[in-house]
Design a binder for this molecule. Structure first.
Ligand code: ZN
Length: 238
């Protein structure tokens, strides 16, 4: 069972979640060339300075005191990648929020960067990595169990286990994305940024639509939950 978990985790990490690939025409200047490097770097540092303490405070408020809320922000500078951001854990369980250079450069304003950061931090606060692992484990057990009951050979049982893990891992990802958008809205607001303006980042990405077992919710559903949460939070004096 255990060998499945790093695989699923790796897939999840590779897929990232703040972004889906931005379409660019081959041979054309990239649509996401964005702002000059110096401005982008300065904006990133400012957003980290304001969002990280708020995310840490929100993490401590919502989780037990023993939880690891000391976010480490890392910049992924591997070349040739699409804009991406993701949340993961290091070996000691410290939460890592990773952003690559194309993402840092492709945001239109600091609100967008703050929203992506709030969203990724929220995945940690809400325990999504652990929940995806659990969903994958359940899927693997059910599928391999069903295959074994029908008298499948060892190879087929193993394939069923892998398929079940992948199916399980994808079952609730759209819900987790919307949950992270919702808590991310609060973190963004508390850090002094505009989450509705920030979430407009999604409107420039290809809309994944509402595909069965797709990993991302439709852009309209994301904007809707951000708008509603921001309204409620502002009315409640957040
Ligand atoms: Zn996400």
């Amino acid at each position: 069972m255990h060998r499945l978990i790093p695989l699923v985790l790796a897939l999840l990490t590779m897929a990232g979640c703040a972004t889906v690939p931005v379409m660019t025409n081959p041979g054309q200047p990239s649509a996401i060339q964005g702002q000059p490097a110096e401005r982008a770097a300065r904006q990133f540092v400012q957003v980290v300075d304001r969002v990280e303490p708020v995310a840490e405070a929100e993490c401590r408020r919502l989780l037990r005191m023993s939880a690891n809320c000391d976010f480490l922000i890392v910049v992924d500078d591997r070349p040739g990648q699409e804009p991406n951001a993701f949340q993961t854990l290091d070996r000691s369980g410290r939460p890592i929020l990773a952003f690559n250079i194309p993402l840092i450069q492709s945001v239109d304003n600091a609100d967008e960067l703050a929203f992506v950061m709030g969203h990724e931090a929220s995945h940690h606060i809400l325990g999504h990595l652990g929940r995806v692992q659990q969903d994958a484990t359940i899927g693997a057990i059910v599928f391999s169990g069903l295959a074994a009951m029908t008298g499948a050979d060892a190879q087929s049982v193993r394939s069923a286990e892998e398929f079940g893990a992948s199916l399980g891992a994808r079952t609730f990802t759209k819900d987790y994305e919307l949950e992270a958008d919702q808590l991310g809205t609060i973190v963004t607001l508390r850090a002094g940024y505009d989450p509705v303006r920030g979430a407009e980042f999604f409107t420039r990405l290809p809309d994944p639509g509402n595909r069965f077992l797709g990993t991302h919710p439709p852009n309209a559903a994301r904007m809707e939950i951000v708008r509603r949460t921001a309204e409620a939070a502002r009315a409640g004096g957040v």
